[in-house]
Design a protein around this ligand. Structure first.
Ligand SMILES: Nc1ncnc2c1ncn2[C@@H]1O[C@H](COP(=O)(O)OP(=O)(O)OP(=O)(O)O)[C@@H](O)[C@H]1O
Ligand SMILES: [Mg+2]
Length: 468
């Protein structure tokens, strides 16, 4: 069920040229492909990648330069991490947007440390620009916010949240020129690198703060509360970035981490005038403040909505102005497997039907579901193209002692069917999940049974990295 191919040795294919930095996830190197071909022929577009919109030739990936991130040594020879890392990166390699730095490949180095290969983006990170330029003019901010909201909307539509959005993860390309634009780095990486810890932390009831976050200055209150996240968590981080671009200061500029975390959860950000900034339109300042609302429901509903609200306050359309010229390419991995539509499925007291659209090839969905099935101790009853059926729990009827309440009842068994359906090659994969009680079994406690199915469905969505 789960793929067992040996991880690829990345350092056999790339020469490390220069250490670019040490981030919170490990070391980052500029590297060059040893041969002209990338190590992953399926995604080998390092030399040929389409020109991003609004860019000139200098932004084509040239001469096989890439960035290699070596994860921390603690992940060395950690098979569980490696497997998860590899599955997640593989699904994210399909994130193909002109304003997002692409993941190109993943594997291990010659010592067994997980590595990932990323598109190299020549430019200056926004935090470095902020250090020099301090405050940005409204028009310049608008020019950057357009591409940023496009990148976020694209990824959020696919259920991928950045979770670590900050100026150090935004590369400004062609800085200080009329063509100034940006690429978002590390999209979704924070979520992956925190995942193996996340489960045990949850179980142990510890704070679910993302351990891979380098700085707490941009983290959303939702993340701190351990809420289920959606794209509006990234909108909060955009709010902090906007606050910093307009004022040159952070809203919560404290030294002690705990004080910053408390402020994110409880303290209102100061008005721009607190930092002596008085020339920004009240509508724009108000918009930044609502991005910084403590609860997602009070923020703009999506990145696109943020762009639209900003456009209204500014008087021109930043969404349209930064619309990628090239149509966003679909993933090269989307090899159309003809799958049949699921049969029409009716809900009944014994059957619960849930659907999700997962942006990934069936192959990846199957690998992800494989991990889930293993983790929840499911027994595979059937696995054929387009349908997987598993059974969890005990199918034996209650014993005499259980019936008379002397012994605790074991939870009802659940049969789960996953119908995978993709009408067209480039369509999203729809996964219909059907929860049944196996034939002849009646729920001992229907409410409990439904709640269990709901919890399982949430787990399934988180494995598939989808939020819809
Ligand atoms: N795709 C890329 N193209 C060009 N330079 C990059 C790329 N990714 C990272 N870098 C450079 O490497 C430096 C370190 O990267 P990294 O993302 O690990 O660090 P960080 O952003 O400080 O930490 P974090 O892991 O919290 O994001 C960055 O500041 C940037 O200058
Ligand atoms: Mg980074």
């Amino acid at each position: 069920m789960v793929e067992t191919t040996r991880p690829k040795c990345i350092t056999d294919h790339f020469e490390l040229l220069q250490l670019l930095g040490c981030g919170s996830m490990g070391q980052v190197y500029l590297a060059k492909a040893i041969s002209n071909k990338s190590s992953n022929s399926e995604n080998a577009e390092i030399n040929e990648r389409d020109k991003p919109s609004g860019s000139d030739e200098s932004f084509k990936i040239q001469d096989g330069y890439v960035v290699i991130k070596k994860m921390h040594e603690r992940h060395r020879n950690d098979e569980k991490f490696q497997k998860l890392f590899s599955q997640e990166i593989e699904s994210m390699m399909g994130l193909n947007h002109p304003y997002i730095a692409r993941f190109l490949d993943e594997g291990i180095d010659n010592e067994g440390t997980p590595c990932l290969v990323m598109e190299y983006i020549p430019g200056v990170t926004l935090d470095n620009l902020l250090r020099v330029d301090k405050r940005f003019k409204t028009e310049r901010i608008a020019n950057l916010l357009g591409p940023l909201t496009h990148a976020l909307q694209y990824a959020h539509n696919r259920g991928i949240i950045h979770c670590d959005l900050k100026p150090a993860n935004i590369m400004v390309v062609q800085p200080n020129t009329p063509n100034e634009s940006l690429r978002v780095l590390d999209f979704g990486l924070a979520r992956i690198t925190s995942k193996p810890h996340f489960r045990s932390e949850r179980l142990e009831g510890k704070l679910s703060i993302n351990p891979s976050c380098g700085t707490p200055n941009y983290i959303s209150p939702d993340q701190l509360r351990g809420d289920e996240l959606d794209g509006r968590s990234d909108i909060y981080s955009v709010g902090i970035i906007l606050f910093e671009l307009f004022t040159g200061e952070l809203p919560f500029p404290y030294m002690e981490t705990q004080r910053i975390l408390n402020a994110h959860q409880k303290q209102s950000p100061p008005p721009f005038s607190y930092y002596g900034v008085k020339n920004i339109s009240p509508e724009i300042e108000h918009l930044v403040q609502i991005c910084l609302s403590k609860f997602p429901a009070e923020r703009p509903g999506s990145a696109k909505e943020l762009a639209e609200m900003f456009s209204r306050a500014l008087g021109h359309d930043i969404w349209l102005a930064s619309q990628p010229v090239d149509k966003v390419k679909s993933s090269p991995m989307m090899t159309g497997i003809k799958l049949n539509p699921p049969p029409s499925l009716q809900e009944s007291p014994n059957t619960i039907v849930r659907r999700v659209s997962a942006w990934m090839p069936e192959r990846i969905a199957v690998v992800k579901l494989g991990g889930l099935i293993q983790d929840i101790g499911g027994k595979i009853e059937l696995s054929e193209p387009g349908l997987i059926r598993i059974l969890i729990g005990n199918v034996n009827p209650p014993t005499f002692w259980q019936k008379i309440g002397f012994k605790k009842l074991t939870p009802d068994p659940i049969q789960i069917e996953f119908y995978l359906f993709k009408p067209q090659t480039n369509d999203d994969l729809t996964i219909t999940t059907v929860f049944h009680l196996p034939q002849g079994i009646v729920a001992k406690n229907p409410i409990q049974w439904w709640n269990r199915c709901d919890r399982l469905f949430k787990e399934i969505k988180s494995y598939l990295l989808v939020s819809n």
